[in-house]
Design a protein around this ligand. Structure first.
Ligand SMILES: NC(=O)c1ccc[n+]([C@@H]2O[C@H](COP(=O)([O-])OP(=O)(O)OC[C@H]3O[C@@H](n4cnc5c(N)ncnc54)[C@H](O)[C@@H]3O)[C@@H](O)[C@H]2O)c1
Ligand SMILES: O=P(O)(O)OC[C@@H](O)[C@@H](O)[C@H](O)[C@H](O)CO
Length: 383
C-alpha cells in the first residue's frame, strides 16, 4: 500500500509516518526542505523515540521523499498511485499544497484510479474541508463532479506532542508515547483507509473541539504566560503555580462549554483535563514555549483555541470567561522576534493600537464587555 504524506516535519515523521509504517504502507513524504528530503532518500528509514522512562526506539522503514519544488511531477504521479494522502504542513500552508493535490487527483482520474481519501492532520477545525475548498478552486464544474464521486476529504483530529528536534541524527524524532487520531467516517469515499490507530467517528465535532479547546488551549496559555515569565519550556512553565492556576482556570471554562455542548460527563472530562495537564509536565521532552506559542495570529483567530471557546462560553454559560480573556491578552502580548506572526502582531499593535488588533485578529468587538475585559487584562500585563 502506498501513502503520500505532505510535510515531513515533527508530526509527519513522528506520528503519521509512524502509524502508516506500522499499518504496512510505504510512505512518500512530500516536503520543500531539501535537507530532510535528501536524508530520507539516503537513509530510507528513521527513528522515533518514545519519550518516557523506557525510551523505546522505533525504526520507521519503507519511506522515501519528494521535493515538491523541484519534482512536482513525481508528487503528481505518487498521488495518482496512492492508497491514502495525508498532510501535516500547518493550516496556513494548506492552500499552497492544493495545486499539487488537485493535479495528482486529476491524473488519477485520467488513469482510471480507485477512490481515494485525503486527510489533513492540522490543529484546526475543518482542515481537510479547507484543503478540499482550495483544491476545488482549481477545478471546472465537471471535474468537481468527478472529484465528488471519487475523492473524500474527511476532517481529522490528531493528538501527539512532538516538540522541535535538536538531535544529532536529523531524522530522529522524540515524541510523547500518547497519541490519538480521529477521522470523520461520514466523509470517507470508498473503503476506510486501513491505518491502525485511526478511530473512525460519525461526528468529529466533539473530538476536534475537545482536543483543540483542551490540549491546545491549555498548551497556548502555558506557552504565552511561560514566555512572559522568561520560562523556556512547557514542563518548566507548569511548575510555576501561578501559570498552572491560569491554565486550570481556562480549562475549567472550556470544559464547561464542552460538557454543556457535547454532553461529556463532568467527571470524565475532568479526568481528560488531568491527563492532559500531566502530559504537559513530561520531563522526557523539552518543548519550547516559542514552538507552542508559534503563529499567534492564527491562534487568536475566531475559530481557534482561545477565541472560539470564549465566544461559546459567553453564549452557552452566559458569563465572561475570565481566564480565557487573560489567555487572549497574553497571546496579544507574545513578541517573540523569530516568529513572523508575532512580529506582524506587534507591528499592528504599535501602528494601529490594541482595539484595531483585537478587531482584526479575533473578530471580537473591542467595545463589547468581553472586549473591554481583554483590554484590561492586556493593560495589566504591561505593568
Ligand atoms: N508537533 C505537534 O505536537 C503537533 C501535534 C498535532 C498536530 N500538529 C499539527 O501538524 C501540523 C504540522 O506541525 P509540525 O509540528 O509537524 O510542524 P513542522 O514545522 O515540524 O512540520 C511542517 C513540515 O511541513 C513542511 N512544509 C512547509 N511547506 C510545505 C509545502 N508547501 N509542501 C510540503 N511540505 C511543506 C515543512 O518543511 C516541515 O517539514 C500543524 O498543523 C500542527 O498544528 C502538530
Ligand atoms: O501546532 P500548533 O501551533 O497549532 O499548536 C502548538 C501545540 O499546541 C501543538 O503542536 C501540540 O503539541 C499538539 O497539538 C499536540 O497534539
Amino acid at each position: 500500500m502506498q501513502a503520500v504524506h505532505f510535510g515531513a516535519g515533527n508530526i509527519g515523521r513522528g506520528f503519521i509516518g509512524n502509524l502508516l509504517y506500522q499499518s504496512g504502507f510505504h510512505t512518500s513524504f512530500v516536503d520543500v526542505n531539501s535537507e530532510v528530503v535528501d536524508l530520507i532518500n539516503e537513509k530510507q528509514q528513521y527513528h522515533v523515540v518514545l519519550a518516557d522512562e523506557g525510551q523505546e526506539t522505533l525504526t520507521i522503514k519503507n519511506v522515501s521523499a519528494i521535493n515538491s519544488q523541484t519534482d512536482p511531477d513525481k508528487v503528481i504521479a505518487a498521488i495518482a498511485d496512492a492508497d491514502i494522502v495525508t498532510a501535516a504542513v500547518g493550516p496556513t500552508i494548506l492552500p499552497f499544497i492544493a495545486g499539487l493535490v488537485a493535479d495528482g487527483l486529476k491524473k488519477r482520474l485520467e488513469l482510471g484510479g480507485q477512490a481515494l481519501n485525503v486527510i489533513a492532520c492540522e490543529n484546526m477545525i475543518g482542515g481537510s474541508t479547507l484543503l478540499k475548498e482550495k483544491v476545488y478552486e482549481k477545478l471546472t464544474d465537471a471535474e468537481k463532479n468527478a472529484f465528488d464521486q471519487n475523492f473524500g476529504f474527511p476532517d481529522a483530529a490528531v493528538d501527539r506532542i512532538v516538540p522541535n528536534q535538536s538531535n544529532e541524527d536529523k531524522l530522529m524524532v522524540m515524541v510523547e508515547p500518547f497519541y490519538e487520531w480521529a477521522v470523520d467516517q461520514s466523509k470517507i469515499v470508498g473503503e476506510k483507509p486501513p491505518v491502525e490507530g485511526i478511530t473512525f467517528v460519525d461526528d468529529l465535532t466533539p473530538y476536534i473541539e475537545r482536543k483543540l479547546f483542551t490540549v491546545n488551549t491549555g498548551h497556548a496559555i502555558t506557552a504565552y504566560f511561560g514566555y512572559a515569565s522568561g520560562i523556556q519550556t512547557i514542563d518548566e512553565a507548569m511548575k510555576n503555580a501561578a501559570i498552572k492556576d491560569l491554565v486550570e482556570g481556562a480549562l475549567n471554562e472550556t470544559g464547561a462549554v464542552l460538557v454543556k455542548k457535547h454532553g461529556f460527563k463532568s467527571e470524565e472530562h475532568q479526568k481528560y483535563i488531568n491527563k492532559i495537564l500531566n502530559r504537559f509536565t513530561n520531563t522526557y521532552i523539552s518543548d519550547e514555549v516559542t514552538r507552542v506559542g508559534r503563529s499567534p495570529i492564527r491562534k487568536l483567530g475566531p475559530n481557534d483555541r482561545l477565541v472560539a471557546p470564549a465566544k461559546q462560553y459567553l453564549e452557552l454559560i452566559g458569563k465572561e470567561p475570565a481566564y480565557l480573556a487573560k489567555g487572549i491578552a497574553a497571546a496579544l502580548n507574545f513578541d517573540f522576534k523569530e516568529d513572523k506572526e508575532a512580529v506582524e502582531l506587534q507591528q499592528t499593535l504599535q501602528a494601529k493600537g490594541l482595539e484595531t488588533a483585537i478587531r482584526t485578529y479575533t473578530a471580537l468587538d473591542p467595545e463589547s464587555s468581553f472586549g473591554s475585559l481583554i483590554i484590561r487584562e492586556y493593560q495589566a500585563l504591561q505593568k
